[in-house]
Design a binder for this molecule. Structure first.
Ligand code: FAD
Length: 434
């Protein structure tokens, strides 16, 4: 049915048609609509897939059979400046929330791209802007309003139904209820936001990677230090490595000192392009990133891995990744993460010192080869022995199941799911290691 297919596929950022089809789509306008959909699913024995912003690379919400519940219209934002909190609907976009907060000099670690939905982003953990300083976005979720499998609407916080909040902080596409509102704790807005950029030709890959891996642990938390392999790298418009260092600090001076390590690096003289620290609004950075790296109307395959070990043994594999990289907007991201020694107890429980993600983004069927289609998955599989697990932000569980949570946390999540959704109304993860 063309109208049905257009409505369904139109919910997905990824332009792949996965071939899966639910029986019906429910577009909720209110919480009551959500409750009615859950009750109907229960009565008719239908399963439920949930979509907020539709940015799941794996298109987790599009499943065979049952209801596809579209929450994109639940996108309200209510900010309480006096107490520094906000209540948002799951369909609210990262860029919309950021813009509303910027007007009030408030801040939330929203996703890096403007159009990411807050619903899925918050549930999977949320690697947001300034998350190395203020924590994962889910750590700033102080409450949720959730419709459970029995059709009841409950509030969960640290005080009330704390186990539901525990699960909502990291279960991602395996959460067993419909979150209709998130209650957020807000932060003070960093006074300076800027970007430091250096670009190297791809033949410098080994030395640039080795340098980045070496200095990573000493890079201030205010800097989101990352390397991107791009066949249309900024400034050189050919295959290169972009050294990107967005910085969120409290002054220009502090930011300049924080990114100073890039200008002092032993590889700096080999850079083809080196820009000074450029002041830039977060909103501009979000939109630019989306326009350059994450183009819409693209067929995406993403996959990821956390690592603790040194990059040295991986350099030959990284060279192969670069050599076989499909055309832009496909890209590889290496991120300096270095998490704090501990976090609050929550479902989210797997991360590493550094992160590698491959985003295969294909725009034209004619110009692609079969290996382009499987580039991300094949290379991540080849590096599996070096991986601690994956991040649910960039999951590919249907094609390559990998650990995404500490075993004890996953067992606790399974027990909660069995308690709150005994009939399995909500779809489980698309794949799991047994
Ligand atoms: C261009 C782009 C940039 C990204 N940047 C970042 C980033 O900077 N940091 C980061 O951490 N991640 C990032 N991601 C990953 C993104 O956060 C996840 O894909 C997230 O799931 C997207 O949320 P969504 O609501 O848009 O997605 P959806 O596809 O709508 O949601 C994903 C899954 O979450 C569950 N879900 C969603 N909403 C609800 C709800 N209200 N109640 C219950 N379950 C729900 C469903 O199982 C759903 O299938 C990015 C993704 C893209 C495509």
């Amino acid at each position: 049915m063309p109208g049905f297919d257009a409505a369904l596929l139109g919910t997905s950022f990824n332009a792949v048609d996965p071939g899966r089809r639910p029986d019906l789509i429910v577009q909720a306008n209110t919480t009551e609509d959500v409750i009615a959909a859950v009750k109907r699913a229960r009565e008719q024995g239908l399963s439920i897939g949930i979509c907020s912003g539709g940015h799941s690379w794996a298109q987790n919400h599009i499943r065979d059979g049952g209801i596809m519940l579209d929450l994109s219209r639940l996108n309200s934002i209510t900010i309480n400046e006096n107490v520094g909190t906000a209540i948002i609907g799951p369909g609210c976009l990262a860029g919309e929330l950021n813009a509303a907060l910027a007007k009030r000099s408030l801040f939330f670690p929203v996703a890096h791209a403007y159009t990411v939905g807050m619903g899925g982003f918050l549930l999977q953990g949320g690697f947001g802007w300034n998350s190395r300083t203020v924590g994962l976005a889910c750590q700033s979720v102080i409450g949720i309003d959730v419709v459970l499998a029995d059709g009841t609407l409950v509030h969960a916080s640290e005080q009330k139904n704390p186990e539901l909040l525990w699960a909502a902080r990291g279960a991602g596409p395996g959460f067993f209820g419909v979150v209709v509102r998130f209650h957020l704790s807000l932060h003070e807005r960093p006074k300076f936001v800027g970007l430091k950029l250096q670009v190297f030709r791809i033949h410098h890959l080994e030395e640039v990677m080795a340098w980045a891996d070496h200095v990573g642990p000493d890079v201030p938390a205010s800097v989101e230090f990352q390397l991107v392999f791009n066949r249309r790298a900024a400034g050189i418009f050919s295959h290169g490595i972009e050294v990107l260092a967005p910085v969120l600090a409290n002054s220009w001076r502090e930011a300049r000192e924080a990114v100073g390590f890039i200008d002092r690096s032993p590889v700096r003289s080999k850079a083809s392009l080196s820009l000074p620290l450029l002041p830039m609004s977060l909103s501009t950075m979000m939109k630019t990133g989306e326009r350059t790296l994450f183009l819409p109307n693209t067929r995406w395959t993403a996959d990821s891995m956390w690592m603790d070990g040194s990059i040295e043994p991986l350099l030959p594999a990284l060279r192969q990744i670069a050599d076989t990289q499909p055309p832009a907007p496909s890209h590889a991201l290496w991120l300096n993460w270095n998490p704090p020694p501990s976090r609050p107890d929550m479902a989210f429980s797997l991360e590493g010192r550094t992160y590698l993600a491959l985003y295969g983004g294909l725009r034209s069927k004619a110009a692609t080869t079969p290996t382009d289609e499987t580039w991300a998955t094949d290379h991540m599989r080849a590096l599996q022995q070096h991986s601690l697990g994956i991040q649910l932000a960039d999951e590919n569980l249907g094609r390559r199941p990998m650990p995404f949570m500490a075993p004890a946390n996953l067992a606790r999540l399974d027990a909660l799911r069995a308690q709150y959704d005994p009939q399995g109304l909500f779809h489980p993860y698309m794949g799991r290691l047994s």
